[in-house]
Design a protein around this ligand. Structure first.
Ligand code: GLC
Length: 443
C-alpha cells in the first residue's frame, strides 16, 4: 500500500492510503473518455414510477413490503423502447448513460439469480437492463449502471435511519425489534453476487454508480464496513478493469482511490466552482425528484439546464442529467421538450462542451459570460448570458491574446477593436437564435 498526501477540500493536508497500484497517468487514461465527454443521461426507473410521486415514496409513506407490492403486479411498461431513449440522449448531446438497475426499494430491472424481486417476474416479463444495454451501445453511447447499496426489500438488510419500517416508530425498542433475525453479512454477499452478475453478464460496463453511504458520524447509518466496501471495489475493478466508479462507497475519507469521481448532487451552479481541480460529476434532475413525479411543477427552464451544463464544464466537471421515464416506459412530454431544446442548442454549440474545461487563469471572465476552453484545439468559448443586439462586449485584458473571433453556431466573423489592453467585440445586430449564444476565440 502506498502512502500519499492529498489535499482535502478544506485545503488541509491529510494522509490517505491507496487501494490500487495505479499511477495518476494511468488513471487519467482510464477516465479520459469520461472527462472529454462531459455530458451524460441518468435514468431512474422502477416500481416507484407507478406511484409517480417520488422514488422514495416507500420511505416517505412508511410502506411495508406488502403495501408496496401492488406496484410489482402492475409493472407493465408497454411503451418501453430503449432505442428511443438512446436516440433522445444522443440527440441531446449526451455521450453516456447510467440506469438504475436496482434502487433503494430493492426492485431489480435485471434478471438476477439471487432474487425473485425482479422485472422478469412482473408483467414486464423480461430483463430490461439487457435491452437498455443493447440499445444504448448500438447508438454508440457508453453504458453505465446505477446500483443502490440500500435495499428496503431484502430480509437481511438491517435497519438504519431511512429504512421505511423505522419511520413510523423511531424508538430504539422498535429498531431492535425490526433488526431481529436480519443478517447484514448475508446482505453483503447478496451485494457481491448481484454486482458480479451486473459486471459479467452484460459485456463491457463503462460506469458503475453506487448509491450511497452515510457520514462516518451517523450512528444510525451504514458505512463502508457494512457494504464490505474495500473488497467490493476490488472485485469491481477486477471484473471490469476499465470501469469508472463513483465515490459513494464510503471509502473517500480513508483512501485516495476509493472512487474515481465525486458526486455533488443537485447543487447550485454557484457551488460548482468549489470542485475545480477535482474529478467530478454533478447529478441533477429536471424537477427535483429522480423517479417520475407526475404532479411536480418545479421543472427547470431551458436556460437553467443550459446554465448547469455550461457551468459544469466551465469548472472542469461533468453533468449527468436525469430523466424519470413513466411506468409505461416513456419519457414524458416535459422531459422530451427539455431534451429537444438541449438537442437544438447542442447541435450548434457542442464544440464549447466536449473536450472542454475551465479557461486558463490569465483570461478574465467578462461580465455576463462564462468561459469554457478546449486545450487540444486552443479555442476559448464565451457563453453569452446576455446579448445586446448591435451593442459591444468588452473583453478586459484580451488584447493580443487571440487571433480570430466568430460565432460558434454559424462560423460568422465577429469584428472587434482594441482599446489599451481591452478588446471590444462588435455584437451582431440580430441575436443568434440560441438561449445562450457562444463566441469562439481562436487563441
Ligand atoms: C440520492 C437519492 C436517490 C437518487 C440519488 C441520485 O442519493 O437517495 O434517490 O437516486 O441521490 O444521485
Amino acid at each position: 500500500m502506498l502512502l500519499l498526501t492529498v489535499s482535502a477540500s478544506a485545503g488541509l493536508s491529510q494522509s490517505k492510503t491507496s487501494l490500487f497500484n495505479e499511477s495518476a497517468v494511468d488513471k487519467q487514461k482510464r477516465i479520459q473518455w469520461w472527462t472529454d465527454d462531459r455530458f451524460g443521461m441518468f435514468i431512474h426507473w422502477g416500481l416507484y414510477s407507478l406511484g409517480a410521486r417520488h422514488e422514495w415514496l416507500k420511505h416517505n409513506e412508511h410502506m411495508t413490503n406488502e403495501e408496496y407490492q401492488k406496484y410489482f403486479g402492475m409493472f407493465n411498461p408497454d411503451d418501453f423502447e430503449p432505442v428511443k431513449w438512446a436516440k433522445a440522449a444522443k440527440a441531446a448531446g449526451m455521450k453516456y448513460a447510467v440506469l438504475t438497475t436496482k434502487h433503494h426499494d430493492g426492485f431489480c430491472l435485471f434478471d438476477s439469480k439471487y432474487t425473485d424481486y425482479k422485472a422478469t417476474n412482473t408483467p414486464a416479463g423480461r430483463d430490461l437492463v439487457r435491452e437498455y444495454v443493447n440499445a444504448f451501445r448500438a447508438q454508440g453511447l457508453k453504458v453505465g449502471f446505477y446500483y443502490s447499496l440500500l435495499d428496503w426489500h431484502h430480509p437481511d438488510y438491517t435497519m438504519d435511519d431511512v429504512h421505511p419500517l423505522v419511520q413510523m416508530d423511531t424508538s430504539q425498542a422498535n429498531y431492535d425489534r425490526l433488526n431481529k433475525g436480519r443478517d447484514m453479512a448475508k446482505y453483503r454477499q447478496y451485494l457481491r453476487n448481484q454486482i458480479t452478475e451486473l459486471l459479467t453478464n452484460y459485456g463491457k460496463i463503462d460506469v458503475l454508480w453506487l448509491d450511497w453511504t452515510w457520514d462516518k458520524s451517523d450512528k444510525r447509518g451504514k458505512h463502508a464496513e457494512d457494504w464490505g466496501a474495500k473488497d467490493l471495489i476490488k472485485l469491481i475493478r477486477k471484473l471490469q478493469p476499465g470501469i469508472i466508479v463513483n465515490n459513494r462507497l464510503g471509502l473517500d475519507d480513508d483512501y485516495s482511490d476509493g472512487g474515481d469521481f465525486v458526486t455533488p448532487e443537485q447543487v447550485s451552479t454557484k457551488e460548482l466552482q468549489n470542485y475545480r481541480g477535482k474529478t467530478w460529476e454533478t447529478c441533477q434532475t429536471f424537477s427535483g425528484s429522480w423517479g417520475y413525479y407526475r404532479d411536480e411543477t418545479s421543472w427547470k427552464t431551458h436556460r437553467q439546464l443550459l446554465d448547469l451544463l455550461i457551468t459544469s464544464v466551465a469548472n472542469g466537471g461533468n453533468l449527468i442529467l436525469n430523466v424519470g421515464p413513466t411506468a409505461r416506459g416513456e419519457f414524458d412530454y416535459r422531459a422530451t421538450y427539455a431534451l429537444d431544446s438541449l438537442s437544438y442548442w447542442m447541435h450548434a454549440n457542442s464544440k464549447a462542451i466536449y473536450d472542454c474545461t475551465f479557461a486558463p487563469a490569465s483570461f478574465v471572465i467578462p461580465d455576463n459570460t462564462k468561459l469554457t476552453y478546449n486545450p487540444k484545439t486552443g479555442k476559448l468559448y464565451l457563453h453569452l448570458f446576455d446579448f445586446t443586439e448591435g451593442g459591444t462586449l468588452t473583453l478586459p485584458g484580451y488584447a493580443g491574446k487571440f487571433k480570430y473571433a466568430q460565432l460558434l453556431n454559424d462560423d460568422s466573423e465577429i469584428l472587434y477593436t482594441t482599446s489599451g489592453s481591452d478588446v471590444i467585440l462588435k455584437m451582431p445586430k440580430v441575436s443568434p437564435p440560441y438561449e445562450i449564444p457562444v463566441i469562439e476565440l481562436t487563441l
